[in-house]
Design a protein around this ligand. Structure first.
Ligand SMILES: *[C@@H]1O[C@H](CO)[C@@H](O)[C@H](O)[C@H]1NC(C)=O
Ligand SMILES: *[C@@H]1O[C@H](CO)[C@@H](O)[C@H](O)[C@H]1NC(C)=O
Length: 424
């Protein structure tokens, strides 16, 4: 086998390519164990017996008969997959123009130890790599593009079912309007929303079972922002991946070799209440309760008490006291929040300016402020978010999240102050 595919050595269904350290393999596979078998070219963990596929080339164009199918160089720069009848099912589609490599003497493709299949010219210029074309899985070291200034956004797209890698209903990627948050979509409908970034560069998450922190990092490459994840130091004991599962859950998984099983370190959404907009406008999902459920913000009550009591929360909540803008409205501070969707991101504001921006605008219903640790865009470290109108998809988190300041009637504000004094 070896780790390389050369112009004079096409890959057939009878062989595979293996990364130098033996972790990954590339070749033909069939995910169905019974019934009609369809074949695909993909990359998998060589030493893991189940759920081991991390990348698929021809996900929507299966091979029925793999006997004479081949993955081969078509010219100096392109790889193509054709079936037994010679029909083209997939190719890399690199145009030989650009650079000066059109004079090159031909390339080779190799599977590296990270699971990246790299096609490069004889001068070592990367012409194409599988890491630039994610399917449903993000491996450590792989980048997912979350801005779309000059390139298209990238998304992980689920399989249809465990036997069918063709594109399924669920996808994961950045909000096209605002890269500060990411979504899982069911078709084109939001299904789960991430917390909004309140600290660029790194969001660490300590995972007890592997005694390490998983880092999600943002970085800018050629004018676009990318998200990636990994462990602080490469660790042989941790095979780790992020997967957009066919069931609609985003999973962070690790392979436990001592029990030969995948363990989900995180699987979201993990409760009904965590699904997008589940608690309706001005409702929030309270994750701190033994039974995770919807609540109305203080000073709000359910729009439909019967529905709410019957655990149907989608109609949300309304204010008990109307706002009296300009006559001393106050702000209710709620802590540890996943802040709502559909914010207005006002650039270059200090905290005081951000508060003033909301206070002076009668349609502003809430604000949240963060100082980023890194200057990310045009030297701006500030993140002033305002909400106009309804607050939707808010959650109270455990040990995470940020302060959200919700506009309330000034009288309400005074009542809170009095209660506070009484407690003193
Ligand atoms: C995804 O959307 C489809 C079509 O609207 C729906 O039938 C299905 O129940 C949804 N899946 C989940 C997990 O909500
Ligand atoms: C209130 O703020 C929003 C969002 O920044 C803006 O579109 C709107 O024009 C503002 N309204 C007033 C009266 O300033």
């Amino acid at each position: 086998s070896g780790s390389r595919l050369l112009p004079d050595k096409p890959l057939s269904a009878r062989s595979t390519i293996t990364s130098d350290d033996g972790t990954f393999a590339l070749g033909f596979f069939s995910p169905s164990s019974s019934g009609t078998k369809h074949y695909y070219v993909g990359i998998w963990y060589k030493n893991i017996p189940q759920d081991n596929i991390v990348w698929v080339a021809n996900r929507a164009m299966p091979i029925a008969d793999p006997s004479s199918a081949i993955l081969a160089f078509t010219n100096k720069f392109n790889l193509a997959l054709s079936d037994t009848n010679g029909q083209l099912l997939w190719m890399t589609n690199i145009s030989a123009t650009g650079n000066s490599s059109s004079e090159a003497t031909g390339g080779e493709a190799m599977l590296d130890n990270n699971g990246n299949f790299i096609l490069q010219s004889s001068e070592g210029i990367i012409l194409w790599q599988s890491f630039d074309y994610p399917t449903d899985t993000l491996l450590p070291g792989m980048n997912l593009r979350i801005t779309h200034r000059t390139h298209a956004l990238q998304r992980l797209i689920s399989w249809r079912n465990p036997q069918d890698p063709s594109p399924g209903n669920f996808s994961y990627g950045a909000d096209p309007d605002e890269f500060l948050q990411r979504f899982i979509w069911n078709g084109s409908t939001p299904y789960r929303r991430s917390p909004v970034w309140n600290n660029f560069l790194v969001v660490g998450q300590y995972i007890e079972s592997i005694r390490s922190t998983i880092y999600f990092t943002l970085q800018t490459i050629d004018d676009e922002v990318y998200i990636s994840f990994g462990l602080p130091a490469p660790s042989v004991s941790s095979l780790l991946l992020v997967k957009m599962d066919y069931s609609g859950k985003m999973k962070i998984r690790t392979w436990k070799s001592n029990v030969s099983k995948w363990t989900d370190l995180q699987s979201e959404p993990n409760q009904e209440c965590n699904k997008f907009g589940y608690c309706g406008p001005f409702g929030y999902c309270d994750n701190t309760q033994p039974i995770v459920t919807c609540k109305c913000f203080d000073g709000f009550e359910p729009n439909n008490k019967q529905e709410w009591t019957a655990h149907r929360f989608s109609q949300g909540c309304h204010r008990m006291e109307a706002l009296r803008c300009g006559q001393g409205d106050g702000f209710l501070n709620t802590s540890n929040m996943k802040v709502p969707d559909q914010f207005v991101f006002v650039k270059n504001r200090s905290l005081d300016e951000c508060i003033a921006e909301c206070t002076s605008n009668c349609s502003c219903t809430a604000y949240a402020y963060a100082n980023m640790s890194t200057k990310f865009m045009n030297g701006d470290e500030t993140r002033c978010l305002l909400w106009i109108g309804d607050l939707i998809d808010t959650e109270k988190l455990i040990g995470q999240g940020e302060n959200l300041y919700i506009r309330i009637n000034g009288l309400n504000g005074k009542v809170y102050c009095l209660c506070f004094l009484c407690l003193c």
